[in-house]
Write a protein that binds this ligand. Sequence first.
Ligand SMILES: [Zn+2]
Length: 198
Amino acid sequence: MSLISNDNLKITLSNKDKSLVLVFHEDTNDHLYKCHANNISKMVKKLYKEELLKVYNEGSVYNIAQFYTMEQQARAQEAIRLHYAMDHPSDKSLSAALVSPSVINATITPLDLSNAKVMYGPCPDCLEGKPSRHKGMHHSWDPGGKATNLGQLLHVDIVFIAGKPRLFSVDDITGYIVMARMESKGQADVNNAIDAIV
Ligand SMILES: [Zn+2]
């Protein structure tokens, strides 16, 4: 909601649910309401932190703002989402995948992965050895049919890198990771990507 002060000198924008407040003061030279960029970037940082708190507990969200740029933080968080999307591969195998020639235009680098670890600490799920959280379609394979040969059971997921969908696959036995580029999330493109991987 927005509020104009009685003297018309400032406008307050606020979101009560997220307890965010931005105050714009009137510039007497051009009569525009202005807010310092630092205040906006502070608010964005706060939002990032709240998003992280949904995944990590309070204790592991460090006060990192002064050490990393916003872009580095955003990339580190993208790296974490990738780690989750791929069912928690080790940093070693994910790094190897990111620099492999089969990965086209990956904007997340091994550096982002290691930055993520410094910023947010180790993944709590991996740390506690909990089975990774399976959502939606992950259980679509026959639960009795454990893979015995490489290539027999592939875990696949669609992830977005730089706004473009990619089909990621991890081989159950070897942990070998392949990523294929897709034009869209449409059935035909997913089928083509699966053909390319297999
Ligand atoms: Zn993990």
